[in-house]
Design a protein around this ligand. Structure first.
Ligand SMILES: NC(=O)c1ccc[n+]([C@@H]2O[C@H](COP(=O)([O-])OP(=O)(O)OC[C@H]3O[C@@H](n4cnc5c(N)ncnc54)[C@H](O)[C@@H]3O)[C@@H](O)[C@H]2O)c1
Length: 342
């Protein structure tokens, strides 16, 4: 049994990760403010499921409240800290930039300050494929990530850099995950899959940006959780790079810090993604093709070799299968929701 402090447990990814850790018999203190970026009822429903496990203790507070974070850390006495809470979303960062500085920069800084006193054996933080900007694909962890094209990416890059300095100064083994378009049951209402299924089942058209000519390295959430769980026991040791076939380790030369892509390296076109939804819902999508949005990039594609070298694992759930699981959950959840509301 390992003691974990996980931030963002009422969120999409944090919920799935915490549920897996609890099912495996670990103790989890889950820190989340249940922000209203999207329907808080969905977040509460996720937490309610986690609360069925005896090993789960929720703390509802903001990352900006350093004293509350410190209390949560005291409660958890964590051996491993996993930081997922953040203001997510690329497009919203153009509308509401302040939220990203508060949650992602100040919030992550507070977390680092608390973790410095706790000295876990491993700190793992959620970064994003967006740090690669519009660079050449496949994105490799050793690529330069110096030209973010959205404030969301800039705040995640700032978190990676701050964490590197703490890893160096306080010798905290640190892994920064770079997640790529994660999808699955209990997913986020602001993301394409949720929006498309919602629209198609209600007979509304779906809006495809970039004239539908975009590709994403979609990652099924259970695959991501498997990768993360395996990485927990792969804390970086300074000066101990792993062998990566035809690739390179991103291990820092001065600190026990590395970045790792979490994705299968198999991008799928947006039109094929919609076709998978059509198949799973049995509805035809009326497509409205729109130009690229500010901050969008045409393709994300991960180099998955470092993850494979570290864990022996490559995310591989086919989109058709993952989308089917989402649609099953959506029908169940929205049905239960409608029944409760009436
Ligand atoms: N879902 C993806 O495709 C994806 C891709 C790349 C990176 N990420 C990153 O992965 C992490 C998890 O993403 P998600 O999809 O689960 O998002 P999410 O929005 O569902 O979850 C984030 C959670 O953090 C909480 N939170 C936000 N700000 C907070 C604050 N200031 N204090 C306390 N709690 C706060 C929210 O209430 C929410 O429950 C985030 O860091 C996100 O940036 C996600």
């Amino acid at each position: 049994m390992t003691r974990f402090l996980v931030t963002g447990t009422a969120g999409f990814i944090g919920f799935h990760l915490a549920r897996r850790l609890l099912a495996d018999g670990h103790a989890v203190v889950g820190f989340d403010a249940i922000t209203d970026y999207y329907d808080p009822r969905l977040k509460r429903a996720r937490h309610a499921l986690l609360e069925q496990f005896a090993g789960f203790r929720p703390v509802i507070a903001r990352l900006e409240d350093e004293a509350a974070l410190r209390k949560a850390a005291d409660l958890a006495a964590p051996e491993v800290v996993i930081h997922l809470a953040a203001q997510a979303g690329v497009r919203y960062s153009i509308e509401a930039p302040h939220a990203y500085i508060g949650h992602n920069v100040v919030g992550s800084f507070n977390l680092l300050e608390v973790v410095r006193g706790v000295r876990p054996r491993h700190l793992l933080l959620a970064s994003t494929s967006s740090v690669y900007g519009g660079g050449p694909t496949p994105f490799r962890e050793t690529d330069r990530v110096d030209w973010p094209i959205t404030l969301y990416a800039a705040t995640k890059k700032a978190m990676e850099a701050m964490a590197h300095s703490y890893a160096h100064l306080w010798r905290i083994p640190t892994t920064c995950f770079r997640f790529f378009t994660v999808y699955g049951p209990w997913g986020r209402p602001d993301m394409a899959l949720f929006k498309f299924v919602d629209a198609m089942l209600a007979g509304r058209p779906v809006e495809l940006y970039g004239q539908g000519d975009m590709r994403r390295d979609f990652t099924y959430v259970d695959d991501l959780v498997e990768a993360v769980v395996r990485l927990v026991d792969r804390a970086p040791r300074q000066g101990a790079p792993v062998m990566v076939e035809d690739g390179a380790d991103s291990l820092s030369p001065v600190a026990p810090w590395r970045a790792v892509n979490i994705a299968g390296g198999m991008p799928v076109g947006l039109q094929d993604f919609v076709a998978a939804i059509e198949h799973a819902t049995g509805r035809r999508a009326e497509r409205i093709l729109l130009p690229m949005q500010p901050g969008d990039i045409r393709e994300t594609h991960a180099d998955h070799r470092l993850l494979a070298a570290l864990t022996g694992y490559r995310p591989a759930t086919p989109v058709a299968e993952g989308v089917r699981h989402f649609v099953d959950w959506y029908l169940d959840y929205s049905g239960a929701h409608a029944a409760r509301a009436s």
